[in-house]
Design a protein around this ligand. Structure first.
Ligand SMILES: Cc1cc2nc3c(=O)[nH]c(=O)nc-3n(C[C@H](O)[C@H](O)[C@H](O)COP(=O)(O)OP(=O)(O)OC[C@H]3O[C@@H](n4cnc5c(N)ncnc54)[C@H](O)[C@@H]3O)c2cc1C
Ligand code: SF4
Length: 591
């Protein structure tokens, strides 16, 4: 029997970027807020200190600050006709665990989505005709336009101190920035990070071909900065150990540096760690949630925390799972296409590209940050004409050296044996000389890609595991091939000593090798409760005091990484709660 605690105004489920931003905005508005986090507390001064934070084996291979599949995992299959099997080790994606969430170990590549990404469905129909969309492509528009979200993109960038160069300032194109980006009211808070030689070589080749290279916008920031909360960030040291590890220089923006110091000091906020939320309590008739039930993972004790408002900020899988485990909303069924919870799960086409070898260059790949990249967006989103191409969406293509770590970074030319002394010699000979062009492609929703509850496997609390049914489809393969042809074109202009073979995705999606932690969908936003879970303010259609944060609200995945929009949406939803909902609690949109 759960111990019932005293009611609070609001509960955050998960304390990553979205839980921290929302908790800060609600405490500022005078609410008493409890933040529940299933993982441990993480304190950068101790946990991200030198020298242990540079331990690749501990963080990159053994995944120390990442979701523990022994505690929480999902089952996976490629198609509805298959039996799903549980994931025993995280691979393709690595959800965060502990205070700060995945931002403790993200790469900080910080984007805004294109204006056309906000209106994917209507943009395709308007530009390519009413019959252009394949029948199984269930893309939808966002519930707000780029222009509506722009001030909130700006706000999140100022929280993080993002480094970059504007390409479109209030409608004026600016040389050296991204000419395809939506109009920005302000330039980036800090100038671009330093570029590697490889990034500059790539930019030169792109320019020769008439493309438009620009520096990667980065939350691994270029210089010391004081953010909008009055908190200080350091400048990047280009340590080469960024992604999957913490930053000892306080240069990688995250909740710990950008929000939590203020929040922790606020008496209206209480943080409870090792607090694993198993379900929400729900009054279906009243269309309200009444709180959450959680287990203290150190003692096994169960608690009920009543709350006036619940914010789901538990990442994509946590958000979907808690709705399904709590009976909130109708689960999606691909056969009938009825139900919205679990619908439009999408991923990303990433870790695709081509590696070249330049025998007269020493790239020093052990230095750099994920921001030390030059990028082109000429083949992203709807920046190019798709007529006759047989696919929609696109990719960004980039190069630089960010993380030449000693265990994982072992580029070798084609024809090298995969083990033994010949492999060792090739790994040593080529470490300094390899350069990869990478691409990251959009992934548009398909009716057969979704998340539901597994009928066979259960977790340690006795709840069904989440079941992921997912595969790449023809649109993805065609998109990847088209973009790869552009990668090859650029690589030829760069004229390497040895040209590698293109790395394309062939066959079924493989959930084992890491690709990206850019999972989206499952609790998507929209204007129709039949095909969406939340309205334009990220408020549940089925419970007016439930708000759902993060990339689970994206109707599909554009080519860019998701966190810029994730942070912007947290501010957007917080603004709606404070300026509208608290004054008049109830549905903010009537369907
Ligand atoms: C290796 C890696 C690299 C990345 N690089 C980039 C990048 O370069 N650019 C980019 O834009 N994005 C990147 N991302 C993605 C980015 O980190 C996420 O988009 C972002 O951190 C999501 O924030 P969030 O608040 O939605 O979720 P999270 O940060 O995942 O926070 C959710 C929190 O909820 C907790 N939680 C989950 N379930 C429960 C429960 N039942 N009870 C209590 N607590 C729960 C989790 O432990 C976690 O702390 C990367 C991610 C990873 C893993
Ligand atoms: S690359 Fe820069 S931001 Fe990333 S961990 Fe190293 S010092 Fe920090």
């Amino acid at each position: 029997m759960a111990t019932r605690l005293k009611e609070v105004d609001a509960v955050m489920v998960g304390m990553g970027w979205t839980g921290s931003i929302m908790a800060r905005e609600l405490t500022k508005a005078g609410l008493n807020v409890v933040g529940l986090e299933r993982g441990p507390d993480i304190k950068p001064a101790e946990d991200f200190a030198m020298p242990h934070i540079r331990d690749e084996l501990r963080y990159v291979q053994r995944l120390e600050i990442i979701q523990d599949p022994a505690m929480e995992t999902l089952s996976f299959r490629h198609r509805p006709s298959e039996q799903a099997l549980p994931m025993r080790r995280m691979g393709s994606f690595l959800p965060g665990n502990g205070v700060g969430g995945a931002a403790n170990h993200w790469g900080g590549q910080h984007w805004r989505y294109l204006p056309s990404d906000h209106q994917t469905r209507s943009n395709i129909l308007n530009r390519y005709g009413a019959k252009a969309l394949p029948e199984d492509m269930t893309v939808q528009d966002w519930a707000m336009t780029y222009d509506e979200l722009e001030p909130y993109y700006d706000r999140f960038e100022k929280l993080c101190g993002v480094s970059g160069k504007a390409g479109n300032l209030r409608g004026q194109k600016v040389d050296g920035g991204n000419p395809f980006e939506g109009a920005r009211q302000n330039d980036y808070p800090t100038p671009p990070v330093k570029m590697t030689e490889s990034a500059l070589m790539y930019a030169k080749a792109c320019k020769e071909l008439g493309y438009h290279p620009f520096p990667q916008p980065a939350s691994t920031i270029s210089q010391p900065y004081t953010n909008t909360e009055g908190l200080a960030l350091g400048g990047c040291q280009y340590c080469g150990h960024c992604e999957r590890a913490g930053c000892e220089a306080n240069a990688k923006a995250g909740p710990h540096i950008c929000v939590l110091p203020v929040l922790r000091a606020d008496p209206k906020f209480e943080l409870r760690v090792h607090s694993w939320v198993s379900r929400l309590t729900y009054d279906k008739a009243a269309k309200k949630v009444t709180g959450v039930v959680y287990t203290d993972t150190r003692t096994g004790e169960e608690y009920e925390q009543p709350a006036g408002m619940v914010v789901l900020s538990a990442y994509v899988f946590g958000n979907i799972g808690l709705l399904l485990h709590s009976g909130i909303g109708e689960p999606y069924d691909p056969a009938t296409q009825k139900g919205a919870v679990g619908r439009n799960y999408c991923y990303q086409l990433s870790r695709i590209g081509l590696t070249m070898f330049f025998k007269d260059k020493n790239f020093n790949p052990f230095m750099g940050s994920p921001g030390s990249m030059m990028v082109i967006d000429d083949f992203d989103g709807d920046n190019f004409d798709h007529t006759g191409l047989g696919f929609f969406g696109g990719c960004r293509i980039q190069t630089g050296h960010g993380e030449g770590r000693p265990i994982a970074y072992r580029p070798t030319p084609p024809g090298t044996p995969r083990w033994g002394s010949a492999w060792k010699k090739a790994a040593v000979d080529n470490y300094q000389h390899a350069l990869s062009i990478g691409m990251s492609g959009s992934n548009y929703a398909n009716r057969n890609n979704y998340v539901d509850l597994d009928p066979t496997y259960k977790d340690q609390l006795g709840r069904p595991l989440l079941r992921l049914t997912y595969n790449f489809v023809e649109n993805d393969y065609k998109l990847a091939e088209y973009c790869m042809s552009k990668v090859v074109e650029i690589a030829k202009v760069m004229n390497p000593t040895v040209m590698g073979s293109p790395r394309l995705r062939k066959g079924d999606y493989d959930i084992v090798p890491y690709q990206s932690t850019h999972n989206t969908g499952g609790t998507i936003m929209g204007t129709d409760p039949k095909t969406s879970v939340v309205n334009r303010y990220l408020q549940s259609w089925d419970a007016s005091n439930l708000f759902i944060m993060g990339a689970s609200t994206f109707p599909q995945q554009p080519a860019y990484n998701p966190t810029g929009p994730v942070g912007a949406l947290a501010y957007w939803a917080a603004d709606a709660i404070v300026s509208k909902y608290l004054k008049n609690p109830g549905p903010l949109v009537h369907a």
